[in-house]
Design a protein around this ligand. Sequence first.
Ligand SMILES: O=C(O)CCC(=O)C(=O)O
Ligand SMILES: [Fe+2]
Length: 366
Amino acid sequence: MGTASESDFGYVLSERKAFDETKAGVKGLVDAGYKNVPGIFRHPPQKSEKKVSNLTDTSHVIPVIDLADIHKDASKRQGLVGIVKEASQTWGFFQVINHDIPVSVLEEMQNGVKRFHELDAEHKREFYSRDRTKPFFYNSNFDLYGSQPALNWRDTFKCLLYPDVPKPEEIPAVCRDILLDYSKYIMKLGILLLELFSEALDLSSNYLKDIGCAGRVFGLCHYYPACPEPDLTMGTTMHSDNDFFTILLQDHIGGLQIRCNDKWIDINPVPGALVVNIGDFLQLITNDRLKSAEHRVLSNDVGPRISVACFFSPSVEASSKPFGPIKELLNEDNPPKYRETTFAEYEAFFVAKGLDGTSALAPYKI
Ligand SMILES: O=C(O)CCC(=O)C(=O)O
Ligand SMILES: [Fe+2]
């Protein structure tokens, strides 16, 4: 795999394979001293869709919701539910602070992810896999063999967090303790968010939890190496998440953007905050009451950028059961907008398609 020139941009299966077989990810390219982005990572020009700063235009500020008062009294809670509802309907994204996860835990989680990705290549390659059923594995570009035109400048490890965590010996020692710790905090916050989403929909507090919206949770722990030519590639191409909702921890580097009215809006890092976003499956079961937003991550000449995305999905058993718009949310004026589907079918479609910029929800629209 030589250094690519401008002209050999494109989908070259043999080069993707050669990259895969290094089992060293994008970090391996950087360590090998690549000064140019190889052709398989070169995206068609898209950053010309200019970044929009949300600093000057207050209509583009994604809310930062302070959860400190959530258990204080009913009217405070009602107020917060209103803000969550508004943000989930308008943006599909918000940030939360005072969420009860100590900053020391957030920092150690980022450090643990960094330590894993910076293990020596020989040790790390033992964990390299494309077997999605494994409770812990790492690779680069889950959709490497998909149809998307170019790869992303990112490596990822995936760890199951609920209902089971991997056996201790299945998790590398450098991130074992913190993953086990983080999973407990994330479940608690995830259940609270499901209560708030339920209340925002005028359903009973436990509704979304009881239908299995926190049946299985896993973390995607991303490492975006500094990129020598960041304008030629992407950290993560545009997509919406294929789950009910996601709790995302991002570091201080930035680059996460959401798409709104054909503009890209920055989700600026806020110290101590977690980003929450609605996934396609919550949009489907709420019949478009809550919206999943398309988002992407720009690559950067500064790095590595670390992020941890915790995906809330149906349990393995519930993945083969049909989900459709919640009956309580339907009436004559609000007929179902989606046909029923199983999560397994939807997920298989999402994975086969890869992050090619198209919607995985569209085929289920009535
Ligand atoms: O790294 C990020 O900030 C976002 C990652 C993401 O969008 C995802 O894992 O679905
Ligand atoms: Fe995402």
